[in-house]
Design a protein around this ligand. Structure first.
Ligand code: FAD
Ligand code: SF4
Length: 473
């Protein structure tokens, strides 16, 4: 521990965000960067706890106290080496992870956690800018081949580790570019796509083969891959959005969140002309249904597209401002989250159920909603309508951000006869092995929609298991 009283002398300090009036005029990253000196001081606040709860809560087992100490002492290279030992892509998690580590940090008992996530991204950006990160192709190839299907964080992490181990890895992706939801779901203002390209470039220089624009199960069959590769990893994500099955949901102007977000990401990438973007909020009264992170990303995107107004509704109650007794430290706190997009100006409503959409026979003009209340009966949350609260929220554009149900079953999974569980996610054993010989699976397609850090952890675990399998055959 570099400074045993660091946490007493140095206040928690975040880098902060660009001013609202400036950032809503572009899609560049909102979060700013702290100077190196301040960043090292922030690292000095880490107490190197005997039981580091930050480490306990981190899905990729990041050695947080160790790299905080290296950062404090100015050993940026050492800090990156320690960080990358457990996380393939700290530049992604450092930007967009909800940081369960900070929720569990001992200093968070007093609401002043170590700025772990920001420290992580600062270490990684320094490593890139100082040239510490260079392609390191494997010295020897094993002669074994692996096909990874799906290039989100799970597929990328599995591909990265297996390639570094010496297996010849081909990453198949149905979209025109690799990255999965990092590229087409998460808006640029949270994660610049330059960071994904930079990492993919490095991985290709290390020998990874990437084949984009190939839908496995359609353009090439899964069975063909099993004949031509020694092992397969399916990492196709949880691509089936949850619909809202109410009257009028077929009206024009009602879209799934991903159609809206992917279109804007393509406009930013220059692969779709803004004037050809059919899913555009410009001048519209936008209603976002779903109070989670995807809904929040729709809010920020709609504001940047110059929506007339943005309203976000959620069927569940407003979370508390502070932790409830039933949700103590060090668990992830289930408190009200106000994202940078919310700060940019939207109305947020809770306890609102959508009954039907109203329209002119063709396009949506509004959503009839009703307030609800919640009670717990016998441990089960029950929703009750509040009489006399029905009303219509006028809208020209509805964005459905109700989450994802399971991976797409049609095509690949059906063709390969991959077994799914009761929630229709891919069924795997403790080694992430599916029912099909030499076929493994990872990420959201196994767990259901989750987080980037969980996808990386799952991709890493599948790589370990695939390597073990390949060495035994
Ligand atoms: C809008 C949005 C915002 C989010 N924001 C955050 C955030 O801020 N922080 C966070 O931690 N998490 C966030 N998440 C969640 C996170 O993005 C996912 O949990 C994570 O990307 C899952 O990784 P994955 O690799 O399992 O799947 P995905 O990222 O979904 O990647 C799966 C890939 O497989 C490809 N594919 C599918 N079928 C085939 C096929 N047959 N052949 C070839 N390729 C195929 C898909 O095109 C896709 O590229 C967000 C999710 C969304 C939707
Ligand atoms: S819990 Fe917080 S203070 Fe303790 S080791 Fe982890 S980051 Fe440092």
């Amino acid at each position: 521990m570099g400074d045993i009283t660091g946490f007493l002398k140095i206040k928690h300090k975040e880098a902060g965000n660009r001013p609202i009036h400036e950032r809503i005029c572009d899609f560049s990253e909102v979060e700013q960067v702290l100077n190196s000196e301040d960043r090292m001081l922030q690292a000095s606040r880490c107490m190197e706890c005997g039981i580091p709860f930050c480490h306990w809560s981190c899905p990729v087992d990041n050695l947080i106290p160790e790299w905080n100490d290296l950062l404090f002492s100015g050993n940026w290279r050492g800090a990156y080496e320690r960080l990358s030992a457990t996380n393939n892509f700290p530049e992604f998690t450092g930007r967009i992870c909800p940081a369960p580590c900070e929720h569990a940090c001992v200093l968070n008992i007093h609401n002043e956690p170590v700025t772990i996530r920001e420290n992580e991204v600062a270490i990684t950006e320094k490593a890139f800018s100082e040239g510490y990160i260079k392609p390191v192709p494997p010295k020897k190839r094993t002669g074994k081949t692996v096909a990874i299907i799906g290039s989100g964080p799970a597929g990328m992490a599995a591909a990265d580790l297996l390639n570094k181990t010496g297996h010849l890895v081909t990453l198949f992706e149905k979209d025109e570019k690799a990255g999965g939801l990092l590229r087409f779901g998460i808006p640029d203002f949270k994660l610049s796509k330059v960071t994904i390209d930079r990492r993919l470039d490095l991985m290709m220089k290390e020998g990874l083969i990437i084949r984009t624009g190939v839908t496995v199960g359609n353009d090439i069959s899964g069975k063909e891959l099993t004949e031509n590769f020694d092992a397969i990893c399916i990492a196709i994500g949880s691509g089936h959005p949850r619909p809202l099955k109410v009257e009028g949901s077929e009206f024009e102007g009602i879209h799934f969140a991903m159609d809206f977000l992917a279109a804007q990401n393509r406009v930013n990438a220059g692969t779709l002309q803004a004037s050809n973007n059919q899913v555009n909020a410009d001048g519209k009264r936008v209603l976002v249904i779903g109070g989670g992170d995807t809904g929040s990303d729709c809010v920020g995107t709609a504001i940047r597209q110059k929506a007339l107004s943005v309203t976000q509704i959620e069927i569940l109650p407003r979370p508390p401002e502070t932790r409830l007794q039933s949700n103590p430290w060090p668990y992830f706190s289930k408190t009200l989250k106000t994202s940078t997009s919310h700060e940019e100006g939207c109305e947020r409503l809770w306890n609102i159920s959508t009954l039907r959409f109203v329209g002119d026979g063709r396009s949506t003009k509004g959503a009839e909603v009703e307030e609800v209340s919640w009670e717990t009966i016998g441990g089960k949350h029950t929703m009750n309508p509040v009489p006399g609260t029905r009303r219509v929220i006028e809208t020209d554009m509805v964005l459905l951000a109700l989450g994802f149900e399971h991976p797409v079953l049609e095509g690949l999974l059906t063709e390969m006869e991959v077994e799914v569980d009761s929630r229709k996610n891919i069924k795997v054993d403790s080694c992430l092995s599916t029912n099909v010989p030499k076929v493994f699976a990872a990420g959201d397609s196994v767990s259901g929609a989750s987080l980037v850090v969980n996808a990386i952890a799952s991709g890493r675990m599948s790589a370990k298991e695939i390597d073990r399998y390949l060495r035994s055959t």
